[in-house]
Design a protein around this ligand. Sequence first.
Ligand code: FES
Length: 56
Amino acid sequence: MYVCVCKGVTDHQIRQHVSDGARSWREVREATGCATQCGKCACFAKTITRDALQEA
Ligand code: FES
């Protein structure tokens, strides 16, 4: 599912970045570009990142 339409980032990609070693929302954002355009996805993308970090 697309989380960030502007940058074409999916929830799967976010989870993948966390399992590849990203340890914060900031790192995920920098790696994917998620939430760097309109910013509407930021809240949801942060939630997904937090969930993924808790599972990691
Ligand atoms: Fe993510 Fe616009 S939907 S920056």
